[in-house]
Design a protein around this ligand. Structure first.
Ligand code: BEZ
Length: 211
């Protein structure tokens, strides 16, 4: 069965462009984003890896490590990284998993045989420090991902883990948030001193509490 939210992310040992890792030890106390690519030396992936490298400061601010995967070997990944530097103006500054035997791809269900038997699809897994899967997204090979959206979800997960709130449609960091319906009005008043707007008994909006 496919990995589901709340499942423990499977652990594995593998070679990467920055040396061998044991996945859970590599995550440590951080959040992690594991994302797969169909193949080395492909155009959409080339742009994605440049963008993820450019966003390294944003991932670091969120205590989040990133790691890519494709089914090619380390030598191929390192050759490809030269092209990424050339074309994207950005050195790849995170590890890339070499998965020629598709061991990790199979563990994470990254091969969708009715799409392709040989290439991984564009999977994204956000994993928390407890090693639980908190987000899964699957994109088709022909569509590059929006990594700002993935950062937005990490912001939401980190905020809603800390406060009794959820984030509304199209929310971005700094926007108002929704108070958990399980809190009474009195409890909401005590927990959210900036006040709140009550549109319905179940829909109460308050300024982002950590701002
Ligand atoms: C790409 O990264 O450009 C790509 C890879 C596989 C299929 C289609 C596009």
């Amino acid at each position: 069965m496919a990995l589901q939210l709340g499942d423990t992310a499977p652990d594995f040992e593998t070679d990467t462009t920055t040396g061998p890792i044991k996945f859970h030890d590599w995550i440590g106390d951080s959040w992690a984003i594991l994302f797969s690519h169909p193949k080395d030396f492909t155009p959409v992936c080339t742009t994605e890896l440049g963008e993820v490298a450019r966003l390294s400061g944003e991932f670091a601010k969120r205590n989040t490590k990133v790691i890519g995967l494709s089914v090619d070997d380390v030598r191929s990944h390192l050759e490809w990284e030269k092209d990424i530097s050339d074309t994207q103006g950005q050195n790849v500054n995170f590890p890339m998993i070499a998965d020629p035997d598709k061991k990790v791809a199979d563990l994470y269900g990254m091969i969708h045989p009715n799409a392709s038997n040989t290439f991984t699809v564009r999977s994204v897994f956000v994993i928390d420090p407890a090693k639980k899967v908190r987000l899964t997204i699957t994109y088709p090979a022909s569509t590059g991902r929006n990594f700002k959206e993935i950062l937005r979800v990490v912001d939401s997960l980190q905020l809603t883990d800390e406060y009794m709130v959820s984030t509304p449609v199209n929310w971005t960091d700094g926007d108002d948030v929704i108070i958990a319906p399980s809190l009474s009005d009195d409890e909401a008043t005590a927990k959210f001193p900036k006040g709140y707007r009550k549109l319905k008994s179940y829909l109460r909006l308050t300024p982002q509490p950590n701002r």
